[in-house]
Design a protein around this ligand. Structure first.
Ligand SMILES: Nc1ncnc2c1ncn2[C@@H]1O[C@H](COP(=O)(O)OP(=O)(O)OP(=O)(O)O)[C@@H](O)[C@H]1O
Ligand SMILES: [Mg+2]
Length: 312
């Protein structure tokens, strides 16, 4: 049996995660949101960066009256209440997500937030996830219709990006039958047990690829193996290379990452595109005005135009 869980509204929730530390995730989120808003779309930006929520600054908003914590702490009833209008089009729900970083955040609370995000009245909800790979952040990545993974060509950065992709897959498998999953109703205890044993081996997965898990589930419960196979096959991270200086270096990086992900994780990594370093983007980050506002025909706006036509 072949089954694929397709997003109900493709491209509605766009999450941006990936490498830590200054690869351009927040700048990209701010510009993508502004670009889409200027095309007449209703856009809500959501800052879930646990390390340093600064998306509001990149959108020209200095002080936040409310933050996402207010929703998690039940100070407000709905997410719409804490969305503020930014000067450049999108609405913004500001970060300050220490509660999402808290391991003791009740699961139902997170589920409620995921459901509230899905229900937001918007054409696009763009989430800046930061570079964290905690379960709470990965759960938002997995809930998105489009999941971007951002990196630069620096080895430390693309190793981070690979780790993000891997952790996302492990989390997807660990939560295969969770209430937030499209496979929830198909819960199978044997499959669940095999996945748990694979993920919780002493010493990690011991360098064994996901291929081993697929074989095992095929051997032990062949009629249910499609569940795991489909979960892996439909996990399609979208790689985005930022500040790419050299096209052959970028090409090599993409090929290498795609090969390793395929071999070790049985995952196909799609390529969303590569952006060159652009002094105007750096300047706009400094000026706290999204680049696409001052440079509607600039490099970044052109890139976003092509990317959105391809993906959304
Ligand atoms: N395409 C680009 N060209 C030139 N500079 C860029 C580009 N994209 C991002 N930058 C620079 O990188 C800096 C960091 O960007 P940003 O804050 O978006 O990174 P981040 O990935 O969100 O970092 P963090 O993980 O700390 O949240 C910006 O201040 C900007 O100067
Ligand atoms: Mg950031």
């Amino acid at each position: 049996m072949k089954m694929r869980i397709l997003p109900l509204e493709p491209g509605k929730i766009i999450a941006i995660g990936g490498a830590k530390g200054g690869v351009g995730k927040s700048i990209f989120a701010a510009n993508l949101g502004t670009f889409l808003a200027r095309k007449g779309k209703k856009v809500i930006l959501l800052d879930l960066d646990l390390g340093g929520a600064n998306l509001h600054l990149y959108m020209g908003v200095w002080a936040l009256k409310h933050r996402i914590n207010d929703f998690l702490d039940k100070k407000v009833a709905g997410l719409e209440e804490i969305a503020v209008q930014t000067p450049h089009g999108p609405l913004l729900i500001g970060g300050g997500s220490s509660r999402l970083g808290a391991p003791n955040l009740p699961f139902v609370r997170k589920l409620k937030l995921i459901r509230a995000v899905k229900k937001l009245a918007a054409d696009h909800v763009i989430i800046d996830l930061g570079g964290d790979t905690s379960f709470n952040i990965l759960d938002f990545y997995l809930a998105a219709d489009t999941g971007l993974v951002m990196t630069t060509c620096d080895p430390a950065s693309y190793l981070d990006a690979y780790t993000f992709i891997k952790m996302g897959l492990y989390r997807r498998l660990a939560r295969l039958f969770g209430p937030e999953s499209g496979w929830h109703k198909l819960k199978d205890d044997t499959v669940k047990g095999i996945i748990e044993d694979f993920l919780n081996q002493p010493g990690g997965t011991n360098g064994h690829g996901i291929g081993k898990l697929l074989k095992q589930v095929d051997l032990e419960t062949p009629s249910k193996a499609y569940l795991v196979k489909n979960a892996v096959e439909s996990y399609r991270p979208l790689l985005l290379v930022n500040m790419a200086q050299d096209s052959s270096e970028t090409k090599n990086l993409i090929i290498r990452l795609q090969k390793v992900a395929n071999k070790m994780l049985a995952v196909d990594v799609d390529f969303a595109g590569a952006l060159p370093p652009d002094s105007k983007v750096a300047q706009s980050a400094h000026d706290l005005v999204p680049d696409v506002v001052g440079n509607p025909n600039g490099v970044l706006a052109g890139f976003l135009n092509r990317m959105c036509r391809k993906l959304l």
